[in-house]
Design a protein around this ligand. Structure first.
Ligand code: HEC
Ligand code: HEC
Length: 149
């Protein structure tokens, strides 16, 4: 008996609340998402380009937080993709002797953390081979949503 009563209550509940959920007073489609337009629109994002500043003519960019991987201030088109046998970033940034001694016009040498030591010899570590996992160029794109981070 008890379970029948419960089922009855559940059934009335379904009928009772059904029309409210499907009713006309729901949210407008343009209030469903974070975008100020309807979720059914397919907006075309504004086209943007990465800066085409050559290495040697850019300035270091401010870091997001202490210890953050610095962003790439120059263009990288000609150096990608990075493959197992070819990493053109290393041709300029692999200079162990220059760590801590680089002049402003030198390519910033990779830090010691990017090297592996074998028998007292430092070679670029395989862990950091794909530089663009962490170091990316920046385009001047205004954020769609504000952030207080
Ligand atoms: C032809 C030499 C050259 C190549 C190749 C090169 N860079 Fe650079 N890079 C520089 C120079 C020089 C600077 C210093 C800024 C300047 O003068 O443009 C720099 C700056 C940077 C910085 C900023 C360092 C800081 O302290 O803020 C990062 C990160 C960087 N490069 C990453 C890369 C990555 C990743 C690649 C490969 C996709 C690459 N670079 C390829 C020469 C080069
Ligand atoms: C797993 C993430 C990661 C990868 C992959 C990586 N880096 Fe870094 N890199 C960092 C971080 C984090 C720092 C900041 C370390 C610091 O300031 O002590 C850094 C710092 C640097 C700097 C600035 C050094 C300085 O003294 O200001 C250069 C240049 C650099 N990396 C080049 C490279 C190159 C070239 C590659 C590819 C061969 C590479 N990195 C791969 C995370 C990474």
């Amino acid at each position: 008996m008890k379970s029948r009563t419960l089922m009855g209550i559940a059934f009335v509940g379904l009928i009772g609340f059904g029309p409210i959920q499907a009713g006309d007073e729901g949210l407008d489609p343009d209030q469903w998402g974070l975008s100020p337009t309807s979720v059914f629109d397919v907006p075309t994002p504004e086209a943007f380009g990465y800066p085409d500043t050559r290495p040697g003519s850019s300035e270091p960019l401010p870091r997001g937080f202490p210890g953050a991987p610095p962003m790439v201030p120059h263009d990288v088109d000609r150096y990608l993709p990075i493959t197992m046998d070819r990493n053109r970033c290393l041709t300029c940034h692999d200079d162990f002797e220059l760590i801590g001694k680089a002049e402003a016009e030198d390519p910033t040498p990779m830090p010691k953390s990017h090297y592996a030591e074998t028998n007292g010899r430092f070679t670029p570590s395989g862990h950091n081979h794909v530089c663009t996992h962490c170091h990316v160029p920046q385009a001047d794109v205004p954020p769609l949503m504000g952030s207080t981070f």
